[in-house]
Design a binder for this molecule. Structure first.
Ligand SMILES: [Zn+2]
Length: 385
């Protein structure tokens, strides 16, 4: 898979290294699946196909196969990433998840052709790996190395399954991105293309959830059911947020901060003591953040309610609003009046930030909030439908 980083979500994971300028991470869920895969290969797959071998040996083979399988997934993600980088879209990180991998591209492609190339980059690698492992298994057979042949055969099958699964035409799977690119290219309507492919993605997620629930009640395959259900919910939420991203992008295209900001907001003078700022603004108004400005209108910073808690109450009459915000960096809190609304939205996705100061030539001219932008999107989508 490949996808834009889910907005506002910070994914953690175990850092494993940096290659091609991309940071590689292992998600915690990966360990669970690595364990299940190693076990099912070692205890079920190999003993059925290799006779007269000791248990320890099948576990060694199982571990080796699981390792090569995850390496294959990594190469699949690298396939997406290298194509993406060639198209000028940076890839800051690749995360190995329970479901496979996720190459996080820094932004959505600008055109259908780029989208198509990036979407196919991964599956092409997996097809090549599948053929390669198949040929190696034939070589192993010919040489009479049955263990090596069975390992390569299994890897050929798993890599091929990876291609089949990923080419299901539901967004955000690779096949869904291919479908979206084709629909986008034909119609020129990204939002409609995303709508169709993400609907198929959501339908497929429900299928996985139902199939998984059925498997859960069949004892020997309960763990398969568990993985299906997890995968189903993961894909469903990714399909839904993918569509929301496309809607936002389309509605906000060409919109400036000026078009949706609230002009002339309530401003706290920078010389006002904190006790008066609390009385006149925080207690009477209904915001938890106010801009602080000098007498000439120069923006000083945003005063947040939680900043006040850092100053002892008895000192409030002697500390001015300007003093408090001077200690905080205000770069992340401001946006130019002519900057894009999409950039404001990205900044406002940070959980601790609910309002941005809108600046023109150093002076505060307005405030833009997450609510302003969501309201704008809602009104415009309602009017179109
Ligand atoms: Zn992929």
């Amino acid at each position: 898979m490949n996808g834009e980083k889910a907005p506002g979500r910070r994914r953690s994971g175990l850092f494993i290294g940096r290659w091609f300028g991309i940071a590689f991470y292992l998600d915690a869920s990966w360990f669970l699946i690595a364990g299940i895969v190693t076990y099912s290969f070692s205890a079920e797959y190999f003993p059925e196909r290799l006779h007269r071998v000791p248990d320890g040996f099948t576990f060694l083979l199982g571990g080796l196969t699981a390792l090569l399988f995850f390496l294959s997934i990594l190469l699949h993600e690298l396939g997406h990433s290298l194509v993406s980088q060639r198209c000028g879209i940076a890839v800051p990180r690749i995360t190995l998840l329970f479901i496979g991998g996720l190459a996080e591209i820094s932004r959505e492609p600008d055109d259908a052709k780029t989208e198509l190339k990036i979407a196919l980059g991964g599956p092409v690698v997996s097809v090549v790996l599948s053929v390669l492992f198949y040929l190696l298994s034939r070589v192993g057979d010919a040489l009479g190395w049955s263990a090596a042949a069975v390992v390569c055969q299994l890897l050929a099958v798993t890599n091929f399954s990876l291609v089949v699964f990923n080419m299901i035409p539901g967004y955000p799977l690779d096949g869904g991105r291919v479908l979206r690119a084709l629909l986008w290219a034909r119609s020129g309507r990204l939002r409609w293309a995303t709508y169709v492919s993400s609907r198929i993605g959501i339908g497929f997620s429900w299928l996985l959830i139902f199939a998984g629930t059925a498997f859960l009640v069949i004892p020997p395959h309960a763990w398969i059911g568990f993985i299906y259900v997890l995968m189903g919910f993961f894909l469903k939420s990714a399909a839904e947020s993918g569509y929301m991203n496309a809607v936002q992008r389309e509605v906000l295209a060409g919109v400036r901060v000026r078009d949706l900001m609230t002009a002339n907001p309530a401003v706290i003078p920078d010389t006002l003591p904190l006790n008066l700022a609390v009385e006149d603004f925080f207690l009477t108004g209904h915001y938890t953040v106010y801009p602080v400005c000098a007498a000439d209108g120069d923006f000083r910073g945003l005063l947040r309610l939680d900043f006040l808690k850092e100053v002892p109450r008895e000192k409030w009459p002697y500390v001015s609003a300007g003093d408090v915000v001077a200690e905080k960096s205000s770069d992340a809190l401001r946006i130019g009046v002519n900057e894009s609304a999409a950039r404001a939205m990205r900044l406002l996705l940070a959980p601790e930030l609910s309002r941005l100061a809108v600046i023109e030539a150093g002076k505060l001219v307005g405030i833009v909030t997450r609510h302003d932008i969501l309201h704008f999107i809602e009104i415009h989508t309602e009017l179109e439908d």
